[in-house]
Design a protein around this ligand. Structure first.
Ligand code: BTN
Length: 268
């Protein structure tokens, strides 16, 4: 396996200040999907904190079954195994925990602060730079483990993004003009996730929600919501205690949005 110069496992390890996340860490060249690898490891009893990072994915996926383009040399693709003891109803908050961690890590390494688009996107100037895919496994109705997958466009030039994505997606290189090394960014993500997951485990959920509100691109915006085959619009006003989005619809009713496709309306 040839590991690119900016993705050296020993450089990630040297920067790790985490207690749980990234311990152990496995680096792979090519995989179908790091989420699949960590789901399988979870099934086999791997310990909480295991992180798998790959240079390329051949079947990277996003939310709602969408593909996540994962070419070699340019993106950061990593998944982490968690074994939370909180009830399954709180699992969606882990997407927020991960998004906050990634946003802070990008700010610290690339000097730019992505906003969070509910529930799982990170945006720079309205364009998507990263996404989170949280998957869960349950046994006898109880949450058994959770896999948090993180994909970031790091070193992409415009031609590394597919033509249909160029209007809506960006990379850290395109947005900042800076060269960001993927190993430094990965270590910072594991460190931040270690801290925020500690907050989650200590049930400091108000802290997580407060930071999520602060960094949100969605709150205060007009949004279009697609739930099943119902499409409606409203004003995104808050996050509920479990991370659901609260949207005031055209009739003034406050509606909880849990699993939906939400798009932010451009201001005219
Ligand atoms: C989304 O925007 O819908 C989520 C994208 C998540 C992509 C990451 S890349 C690492 C991990 N492995 C996958 O197959 N998906 C996630």
């Amino acid at each position: 396996m040839v590991i690119p110069a900016d993705l050296a496992p020993e450089r990630i390890q040297a920067r790790l200040r985490s207690h749980v996340i990234g311990r152990p860490l496995r680096m792979l060249g090519d995989v179908a999907s790091t989420n699949d690898c960590v789901m399988a490891a979870g099934r086999d009893g791997a310990r909480e904190g295991l992180a798998i990072i790959a240079d390329r994915q051949t079947a990277g996926r996003g939310r709602l079954g969408r593909p996540w383009a994962s070419p070699a040399g340019v993106g950061l693709y990593t998944s982490i195994l968690l074994r939370p003891t909180l009830p399954a109803s709180q699992a969606p908050l882990l997407t927020l925990v991960a998004a906050l961690s990634v946003s802070e890590a990008i700010e610290s390494i690339a000097g730019i602060s992505p906003r969070l688009k509910w529930p799982n996107d990170l945006l720079i100037d309205g364009k998507k730079v990263a996404g989170i895919l949280t998957e869960t496994a349950s046994m006898d109705g109880r949450l058994s483990y959770v896999v948090v997958g993180i994909g970031i466009n790091v070193r992409h030039d415009a031609q590394d993004l597919s033509v249909d994505l160029r209007a809506t997606a960006t990379s850290l290189r395109l947005a900042t003009g800076r060269e960001v090394s993927r190993d430094e960014l990965a270590a910072e993500i594991y460190n931040r996730l270690d801290w925020w997951y500690g907050e989650f485990s200590a049930r400091s959920l108000e802290n997580i929600l407060a930071r999520g509100r602060e960094r949100s691109a969605t709150l205060g915006s007009s949004v279009d919501v697609l739930t099943g085959d119902e499409r409606w619009s409203g004003l995104a006003v808050d996050l509920d205690s479990d991370g659901a989005l609260l949207v005031r619809d055209g009739r003034g009713e406050l509606r909880r949005v849990v699993a939906a496709d939400v798009s932010i309306r451009m201001r005219t």
